[in-house]
Each structure stands twice: as C-alpha cells, then as structure tokens.
Design a protein around this ligand. Structure first.
Ligand SMILES: [Zn+2]
Length: 128
C-alpha cells in the first residue's frame, strides 16, 4: 500500500494544478503559522485546504476496513490521526480560517465537484 502521508502526493498535486489553472497561484504549502500546517493555504484569504488520503485519514465515504493483522495497533493509530485532524480543524476555524477538506477519492471520482468547491471558496474570499 502506498503511503499518502508525505508531501506532494499525487491527489494534492492535482488540486494544486486545479488552483493554478483557475488563476489562484498564490498558495503556500504546509504553512507553519496555520494550525496543523494544512497542505495548502492562502494566508491572506484565510483559506486552508487539506487533501486527505482515504486510508490514513479514514475517509467517511470509503469506510475502508482495518488491516487484518495488528488490528488494534492500526485502530489506535487511525484514531489518533482522526482526532488530530479534528483538533486542527477546530483550531483553524476558531482562528477564523475557512477550511476545505478534500478526499483522495473525490479527486479521482468527482474532480468537477472538487473544482466547483474550490472555485466557490476562493471567489467568495478577498485577498488582503
Ligand atoms: Zn475516500
């Protein structure tokens, strides 16, 4: 199984390409001053975008089953990932960020929907 934890994984690259093609190139990657260092941020617009791998972040749409061996280990690990994601989201929102979480499967199956969500988010924000 391929890990999607690292930087520059391919679903994220697709999102970045969409953003550039839409005419919003000024994003920052893993910006340290935003809680949780989101994959993509527009600091001036207070927009944070996460591109989550379905396996590691336990996508609710895919509802992937747990690995059959070392199940307890994986369950604990995934619980921590999900908990961390939720905490980051809370922290960001309480600091006034608007957050969009994009799942790997959405990019693959419904890229037009994702593009629409990104466009809506960006068009409704003003750069500072
Ligand atoms: Zn998924």
């Amino acid at each position: 199984m391929k890990s999607n934890k690292g930087k520059g994984t391919s679903p994220e690259l697709k999102v970045r390409r969409m953003l550039r093609d839409m005419g919003y190139p000024g994003y920052r990657l893993n910006w340290k001053k935003a809680p949780g260092k989101p994959d993509i941020t527009y600091p001036g617009r207070r927009i944070a975008i996460f591109v989550n791998g379905c396996f590691w972040h336990r996508c609710p749409n895919c509802a992937l089953s747990l690995p059959k061996s070392h199940t307890e280990f994986w369950k604990a690990k995934f619980d921590r990932n999900v908990e961390r994601d939720r905490r980051n989201l809370d922290d960001l929102e309480s600091e006034g960020w608007r957050v969009l979480v994009i799942w790997e499967c959405e990019i693959k199956k419904h890229p037009d929907t994702v593009e629409g969500e990104l466009r809506e988010l960006l068009e409704s924000s003003k750069p500072r």
